[in-house]
Design a protein around this ligand. Structure first.
Ligand code: GLU
Length: 496
């Protein structure tokens, strides 16, 4: 067990066999936060030993997702470090050297058993109800000279670890689950190197974690069952066993393991759906951890200073998209107007092709737009939809069918639009703003002896093409006098 004075070193070790999903992202966040909270080192290691399923592209996707979440790593791909390389495919020589050392020391041995032989042994163990059903240690006591001769003759073999006969039960002192005991019977002499010359996960991981001086292994609890075997490797290598913290699964609302069926699961999908990285990280951090059981807004710096393993729950966490939405909206609401305009609105407008550059419009115009867009934005992707009609012109504005049938194509609407045109014509271009526009339109219901709701519905439909846009006065201010009048004229063609 590493002692508490050793500087903390933790790692996130994704296998690049797909995108980074919510579960992996949460593991990364916990490791990052734990390192930051303890002035430790956060290492990113790419566990790409499965050549058939690992791709460089997936590695890039994972690195991008880590960067988007703002999880900076101190050692790893692209940043380097003293314990590299940080991809397992580049560390094969180290695994070979470690295995050779164990072999030389008599802590590992070659096994020539064929798959058929192993199956036969297993069947026999079952039939005689042997409590030990694992590998029957057939090659454990082979004469070394015989083993050498068979290897030289080209016979395929794997390398197995020699679990000491008197090892007894393995107790894992897990920081989340408490003490977990694994029966000695479950520990067979498992394979550490395959016959194709590649190391197994349980071996490579421990060689790396030991070589990289990892003090705490924080990972998903699907790996808890691998841990006793990994402890055997640490012991064989003579390396200190790190503290383990196995974090619970993430479930969907139906209580089943979170998967595609529940909707978006990859970090990329959440990014594209318009969540703020800070809100996303805040929400994921709360899946299994909480500062006090009630606080839901935990800014990144607070997470990085207060995270601790003793507040991590061993119960499964439930992914709740509504809570994520709520947290996202809180982060948006907490931004200053300037920050919202610069970081969110302008990039979204550029992305949607509504503006060509940040100087397309005056800062005042953009600030007015932000004042109506911001309170209506729940996801970044909402921005363009909320205000695209402002960027249209009288010629290009699309009219929703409902806006036409409810707001325009009714008896008396043409009269309302005519009156609105007259009222707006009376507003001087020099004082053209929401207040002046509202003041001019305000008198119309009385003047026309019509219901306020009907009058403004008609004007809204004419100006916006829909019935749900932001406050009308501001929209009319933003589109400008000439275009507002032209929109009303055009809508008259649809009015009765
Ligand atoms: N590459 C392994 C995984 O993605 C890492 C497990 C571990 O943290 O030991 O599941």
């Amino acid at each position: 067990m590493s002692d508490s004075t050793t500087p903390v070193r933790v790692r996130f070790a994704p296998s690049p066999t797909g995108k980074l999903h919510v579960g992996g992202a949460r593991t990364a966040i916990f490791n990052w936060a734990f390192a930051r909270a303890n002035n430790g080192t956060f290492i990113l290691r790419i566990d790409d030993t499965d050549p058939t399923r690992s791709t460089d592209e997936n590695t890039q996707v994972i690195l991008r997702a880590m960067r988007w979440m703002g999880l900076d790593w101190d050692e790893g791909p692209e940043v380097g470090g003293d314990f590299g390389p940080y991809a397992q495919t580049e560390r094969l020589e180290m695994y070979k050297a470690a295995a050779q050392k164990l072999w030389d020391e008599g802590r590992a041995y070659p096994c020539f058993c064929t798959t058929e032989q192993l199956a036969e042994d297993r069947k026999a163990a079952q039939e005689r109800k042997d409590p030990f059903q694992g590998y029957q240690r057939r090659c454990r006591n082979l004469d070394p000279a015989e083993a050498k001769a068979r290897i030289e003759a080209g016979e395929p073999y794997v390398l197995r670890i020699k679990v000491p006969e008197d090892r007894g039960d393995v107790v894992i002192h897990d920081a989340v689950h408490g003490d977990v005991t694994f029966d000695a019977k479950e520990l067979d002499d498992f394979v550490i190197f395959r016959s194709d010359g590649t190391p197994t996960y349980n071996f490579a991981t421990v060689v790396d974690d030991a070589a990289m001086g990892i003090t705490h292994v924080i990972r998903g609890d699907d790996h808890l069952s691998n841990t006793p075997r990994q402890v055997m490797v640490y012991e064989a290598l003579g390396a200190p066993v790190p503290v383990f913290a196995h974090i619970s699964m993430i479930l969907g609302a139906d209580g089943k393991k979170l998967s595609k069926r529940h909707g978006a699961t990859s970090v990329e999908e959440f990014r594209d759906a318009g969540y703020l990285p800070d809100a996303f990280v805040n929400y994921l951090a709360l899946l299994g951890w909480s500062p006090d059981g009630e606080t839901t807004i935990v800014p990144r710096d607070v997470l990085a200073s207060t995270f601790s393993l003793d507040r991590v729950s061993k119960n499964p966490a439930t992914f709740d998209p509504a809570k994520l939405d709520w947290i996202n909206a809180e982060y948006l609401a907490a931004m200053s107007d300037e920050e919202f305009t610069e970081k969110i609105m302008i990039p979204e407008l550029l992305d949607a092709g509504l503006i060509k550059g940040p100087n397309d419009r005056t800062p005042e115009w953009l600030a007015t737009l932000a004042s109506v867009v911001r309170p209506r934005t729940k996801h970044l992707g909402d921005v363009a939809g909320i205000c695209s009609m402002v960027f249209d012109s009288a010629e290009t504005l699309p009219y929703e069918e409902k806006a036409v049938s409810k707001g325009l194509a009714k008896e008396g609407m043409a009269t309302i639009l005519d009156a609105a045109i007259k009222a707006l014509e009376g507003v001087s271009p020099d004082t053209w703003n929401a207040e002046a526009v509202d003041a001019a339109l305000e008198q119309l219901p009385d003047q026309l002896d019509a219901k306020k709701r009907i009058v403004f519905q008609a004007i809204r439909a004419a100006i916006c093409g829909n019935l749900v846009s932001p406050p009308l006065g501001v929209v009319i201010e933003l589109v400008g006098k000439a275009d507002a009048l032209a929109r009303l004229e055009r809508a008259k063609g649809m009015a009765l």
